[in-house]
Design a protein around this ligand. Structure first.
Ligand code: 13P
Length: 249
């Protein structure tokens, strides 16, 4: 498989006010337009996308959303469409994060519909999958994540830029991470489904790891075969930590 530049994406979740843009500027300032070994993106709350995109323009640091509605527009109070994210300056969007699957009952088929909405708006989806602790303890990890990949990716993604993020639910925000062997096994299983679904293109789709990625463990996680980057939560909120993870890529 061709080695591509890893994608290091920060998911700010529901954190960030105007003052937090200082951190985003610090990340871009430290990278200083250098052709980093990694592609770097930040996904702030929707309220900050326009301002962050303006401030990071021409820095090489990309901006993404954290979710979108599947519909183009309509009577969906409180929701944001893919077109709105793109209009605000986003180039990517995280879809199917476990916090949305668990908290809002998002199904695989809804996530697949959101993929199509993202593509229609010209956004690059980062589609998340991952097992719960009960799944892992029950020996169902690979069945769960391959099932999520099959159900959450739409046929329309063929030939389009997108990424998959393997995020074990029990590793998110807990400081726990799977062993390197467990991460590798998950990525190999996901790769198999991607190749089944998309052929040669599926062999090149980046598969990110997410779940308690920190400066201290980033290098070893990113060195695992077929880990094509990281989706970083808490450690993306502070420029110094996020930069240390980028430097490990
Ligand atoms: P943490 O890095 O805080 O564990 O969050 C991971 C995550 O959910 C990224 O989408």
């Amino acid at each position: 498989m061709t080695q591509m530049r890893p994608l290091i994406a920060g998911n700010w979740k529901m954190h960030g006010l105007e003052s937090s843009l200082d951190e985003a500027r610090a990340v871009a300032g430290a990278l200083d337009g250098r052709p980093a070994a990694a592609r770097v993106a930040l996904c702030p709350p929707a309220t900050l996308i326009r301002r962050m995109a303006d401030q990071l323009e021409s820095t090489g640091v990309e901006v993404g959303g954290q979710d979108c509605r599947a519909e183009l527009s309509g009577a969906f109070t409180g929701d944001v469409s893919a077109e709105m994210l793109a209009d605000a300056g986003a180039g990517l969007v995280i879809l199917g994060h476990s916090e949305r699957r668990a908290g809002y009952g998002e199904s695989d088929s809804l996530v697949a519909a959101k993929c199509d909405a993202a593509l229609r708006a010209g956004l690059e989806p980062i589609v998340c999958v991952g097992e719960t602790l009960a799944d892992r303890e029950g020996g169902r990890t690979l069945a769960i994540i391959t099932g999520q990949v099959r159900g959450s990716l739409s046929a329309g993604l063929a030939g389009k830029a997108f990424a998959v993020a393997y995020e074990p639910v029990w590793a998110i925000g807990t400081g726990l991470t799977p062993t390197l062997e467990q991460i590798e096994a998950a990525h190999v299983a996901i790769r198999g489904v991607l190749v089944e679904m998309y052929g040669d293109h599926g062999a090149r789709v980046p598969i990110l790891y997410g779940g308690s990625v920190k400066p201290a463990n980033a290098a070893e996680i990113l060195s695992i075969a077929d880990v094509g980057g990281a989706l970083v939560g808490g450690a993306s909120l502070k420029a110094a930590d996020f930069l240390a993870i980028i430097a490990a890529a």
